[in-house]
Write a protein that binds this ligand. Sequence first.
Ligand code: ATP
Ligand code: MG
Length: 424
Amino acid sequence: MANQISAIRGMNDIYGDEAVAFDYLIGTAEKTLKQYGFNSIRLPIVEKTELFARSIGEVTDIVEKEMYTFADRNGESLTLRPEGTAGCVRAIVQNGLSHNQIQKLYYTGSMFRYERPQKGRYRQFHQFGVEVFGLATPDIDAELIVLTARLWEQLGLENLELQINSLGSQEARVAYREKLVAYLSEHKASLDEDSLRRLDSNPLRILDTKNPDMKTIVEGAPKLIDHLDEESKAHFETVKSHLEDIGIPFVVNPNLVRGLDYYNRTVFEWVTTELGAQGTVCAGGRYDGLVEQIGGKSTPAVGFAMGIERLVALLMDKQFVPAMAQADLYIVTAGENTSRPGLVISEMIRDAFPKINVQMNCGGGSFKSQFKKADKSGASFAIVMGEQEVENKEVALKSLRVEAEQKTLKWDDLINHLNTIFNA
Ligand code: ATP
Ligand code: MG
């Protein structure tokens, strides 16, 4: 045998119950988004590197050390998307989708980040992303949060905490940045290596540190929320009162700054304590400056992304996921010239009953081995076609789960009879 080839570290195969949970989550999210008037958008997985550098920010973790960047055969620098917003904004601008119109969009797919793989953190992972373009008012910020709360309810997920904050305007942040740098510079001795490096380039990101030794320093820092411009303050107050009106509990986390540079005003995260360190399952906020930054006309925007693997882990723990596909009817065909009419009958049943799961025994085998497979398939009935049945243009219908007498049915009567079972 040849050497086996394994997958790349941090890039997982998703199968079995986990694959069912993935589909269930995505299907449920799509239904919720449609309820709020969103449409699907499908975007490329590879973009020009410059797009991410310009939008996510040069001095973020993602751009500094997490991107899968490579030269294509023409020598152009390309990157596997680490997130979906940049590509979505690029698409909006390129296709002229934001001129005098509102866009409410969702997408799902793989994202790539070269991180240290651990529970809830992978190198290829999946997001379900939502973006709204063309709305500047706080009602839409609130509605996005509300729709995620509705989705958790539909998924049966409890105990998720909503954290919100406001990053204010660009100008307010510049003024705040000076105060923060002054404070952090006084405590230089206690800063870790990453933070020292960021002190000049991107001091706000120090607030987002995951290093527990930095906790005290960060907690003592001046708060951006105390330095907001008046308009952002009013915007934030309205978001909060909408959430209160609808009855969605939240906590204001003044250190919530998010790992990407493009946010302003509202930012939020849904956090759980049930997944260990990787507790954020959904994160987003407003990014009014990004469309212009990518070369479009100034367009307000707000969005979020859910981490599918982390939500799936929660669903699997709670066993809210439907079971893997189970057959309803299994077709056993044994003997000379039985599989051809077997296939015809199975198609006839599928035509008549689009919702039932019909499994034809492909691959042959004795009656005994086929009944074993029928049993394993979960089907409640087997249709048996041996040589005798085929000769008489009949099938035998056998109950697999409860005691019941076997019935012999003419091919012509089969659909009518199955109607009494499956459409009763
Ligand atoms: P974290 O702080 O956990 O690194 P982030 O701020 O980098 O998250 P975002 O870029 O906001 O994450 O992505 C949105 C969501 O995607 C996260 O809240 C998380 O649920 C999920 N996510 C991000 N990176 C990964 C990863 N490497 N593996 C699995 N899920 C991820
Ligand atoms: Mg990250």
